[in-house]
Design a protein around this ligand. Structure first.
Ligand code: HEC
Length: 181
């Protein structure tokens, strides 16, 4: 019985791959397609970083630096420029709140770059002890971003700390400005 399921799954997978290749992001065009590409690139980089941070893959400081720099270059204006006011064409998952709360939205985009560049700087630092995740206690975005470690502090800490702040920034923006998945 199992092989049937495997074949059905394989058939479904190849259909998915073909359709993504042909239309990309559910038929998105223009600036919506561009920002989905940018987000996908950041998502791929975060996946590789996550695997290293969890020690599922060997930690490679040079690779962390490259991935972090790439994410840093995709934040800030590079990100916000792809959200012109009212750009909500199908099949976007962006929420109109982006333009009523632009200050918060663009702040999170800037923080993405700031934390990514902190991670780039911290990549060669000694890793956090397992279980500590390099976190200096509660703070950061969870408490409004006022009490978390600064970018300068993160650059001196285990790379795990900057990574964690970065991951929280992605989630914070998605929580407020992207439709629920
Ligand atoms: C400033 C806000 C903001 C930040 C920061 C942000 N995102 Fe996004 N992200 C969005 C929005 C809004 C969408 C939905 C875009 C759309 O569908 O038009 C999105 C969509 C995505 C998608 C889905 C793309 C697709 O193909 O539909 C991925 C993957 C993603 N983000 C990854 C990330 C990662 C990883 C980070 C952090 C490194 C990040 N994002 C940081 C706002 C943000």
């Amino acid at each position: 019985m199992k092989w049937r399921i495997a074949i059905a799954a394989a058939a479904t997978m190849s259909t998915v791959i073909v359709s993504v290749g042909a239309f990309g992001h559910g038929g998105a065009t223009g600036v919506v397609a561009q920002r989905m590409d940018l987000m996908e690139a950041m998502g791929d980089a975060m996946r590789s970083l996550t695997a290293m941070m969890r020690d599922e893959e060997p930690y490679d400081a040079e690779r962390v630096r490259d991935l972090a720099r790439s994410i840093g270059n995709h934040g800030g204006d590079a990100l916000t420029d792809l959200f012109p006011e009212g750009s909500l064409d199908h099949p976007t998952e962006a929420l109109p709140a982006i333009w009523t709360d632009w200050e918060h939205f663009s702040h999170l985009a800037d923080q993405t770059s700031a934390y990514a560049f902190a991670l780039e700087t911290a990549a060669g630092n000694e890793r956090a002890r397992p279980g500590t995740e390099g976190m200096p206690g509660p703070g950061g975005l969870l408490t409004g971003g006022l009490s978390g470690p600064t970018v300068e502090q993160l650059s001196e800490m285990p790379p795990d700390a900057a990574f964690r702040q970065l991951a929280q920034t992605c989630s914070a923006c998605h929580q407020d400005f992207r439709m629920e998945q």
